[in-house]
Design a protein around this ligand. Structure first.
Ligand code: NAD
Length: 358
């Protein structure tokens, strides 16, 4: 078959080096010629941020970070940036912190240098998200793509194992979902496959030795590849479902992705043989679902949406909102009935294999 595709590579500088965040940030701030830097980090992340920012002059510290970026929180940060004449945003933290920096960049055009401390991957995408009246809206705008990402695996050492696992499986979901997302192409598939391989190697190492740098570096490297693949391929069925669960029902982001992924993989795999083979090869297992389930067992992964506050009563509303958002190009047709069955299985933590031939 002829190889024909259209692929967009986003322009971004990436500096990867353990123990080098402060040095790399100082060099980037100088290179960009920034005069008024606003550092965004949640209260909890501030300790890390202060260490990372040791070599730069900070005009404004901003700590008011809330998951899924409520509009009011974004407005406050935008007003603070305007008031102080900020010309560079530096975010140090997880996806929520990066998300707030993106919300400021969206309306002001101020560039971002992102220093991620989880495996969420928002730093490598041009996707923004805002939540208003319990509805999460996402959009794409190159203004929110950080100009530079500074990866330092030492910053992830404090991420508890449970959160490392959930966040790492969130990254894995970027890889898997990108294989059938609307703009899936051979380039993002190659990145996704290498992301799966790196995460499958790194996450068990993190679980076995949370203080070991090798596992942390592999996991962070895999998370970056995952995010690049996701940014290029777009949101597939998995992300559309999880956005509704997070935005409307306020479920925790990483844990929700970690829980839902095996159900979406089980649901789609039979209808997406190429993706299935690719995922299996990346895991080094005979089947894709087999590889994911084996990894999840090693990691003692999150099991059921019920553990995060989702209930049977929420399912009809979740289906009503998610169903029209799922891309028509999804390999397997999604209906009210089979999406209800998928969410019911994920709610209870049932065996994902029950979804293979709904
Ligand atoms: P998060 O940023 O909410 O962080 C989870 C918790 O971990 C927080 O309490 C945080 O303070 C803490 N934390 C962060 N780094 C830590 C560290 N090194 N050690 C210890 N604790 C640490 O969660 P997340 O999963 O990183 O990000 C989720 C958010 O990111 C969601 O809102 C999601 O929609 C968004 N996101 C957006 C994109 C995109 O492309 N726009 C992609 C992925 C995720």
């Amino acid at each position: 078959m002829a190889l024909t595709f259209e692929h967009v590579t986003l322009g971004q500088r990436v500096l990867f080096g353990s123990g080098k965040a402060a040095e790399n940030l100082a060099a980037e701030v100088a290179r960009l010629g920034a005069q008024k830097v606003m550092v965004i980090a949640s209260e909890f992340e501030t300790g890390m941020a202060r260490v990372v920012a040791t070599g730069i002059e900070v005009a404004l510290w901003h700590h008011d970070v809330v998951m899924h970026v409520p509009v009011e929180v974004a407005e406050k940060a935008r007003a603070a940036a305007a008031e102080h004449g900020i010309d560079l945003l530096v975010c140090v933290g997880g996806g929520s912190t990066t998300g707030l920096a993106k919300a400021v960049a969206l309306t002001t055009g101020i560039p971002i240098v992102a220093v991620p401390t989880t495996y969420a991957g928002s730093e490598a995408t041009n996707v923004w998200g805002l939540t208003e009246a319990a509805r999460k809206t996402t959009g794409v705008d190159d203004a929110v793509l950080p100009a530079t990402v500074i990866y330092d695996a030492e910053l992830t050492l404090t991420l508890p194992v449970e959160l490392s696992v959930a966040s790492g499986l969130n990254a894995l979901a970027h890889c898997v979902d990108s294989l059938w997302a609307p703009r899936a192409d051979p380039i993002n598939a190659a990145l996704a496959a290498e992301g799966i391989r790196a995460l499958n190697q790194g996450l068990p190492a993190v679980k076995a030795d949370p203080a070991g740098m090798e596992g942390r570096e592999q996991a962070l490297y895999g998370a970056y590849l995952a995010a690049v693949a996701f940014a290029s391929a777009g949101s597939g069925m998995h992300h559309k479902i999880c956005h509704v669960l997070g935005g409307t029902f306020n479920l925790p982001h990483a844990q929700t992705h970690a829980t839902v992924l095996p159900y979406v993989l089980a649901f789609n795999a039979g209808a997406a043989p190429e993706a299935e083979k690719r995922i299996a090869a990346a895991f080094g297992t005979a089947g894709a679902l087999e590889g994911l389930l084996a990894l999840r067992e090693t990691l003692d992964a999150p099991q059921a949406l019920a553990d995060y506050g989702f209930t049977e009563d929420n399912i009809p509303e979740a289906v009503r909102i998610a169903l029209p958002a799922i891309p028509a190009s999804n390999p397997r047709p999604v209906t009210d009935a089979n999406l209800t069955a998928l969410l019911t299985a994920a709610l209870h933590g049932d065996d994902p294999k029950t979804l293979t031939d709904l």
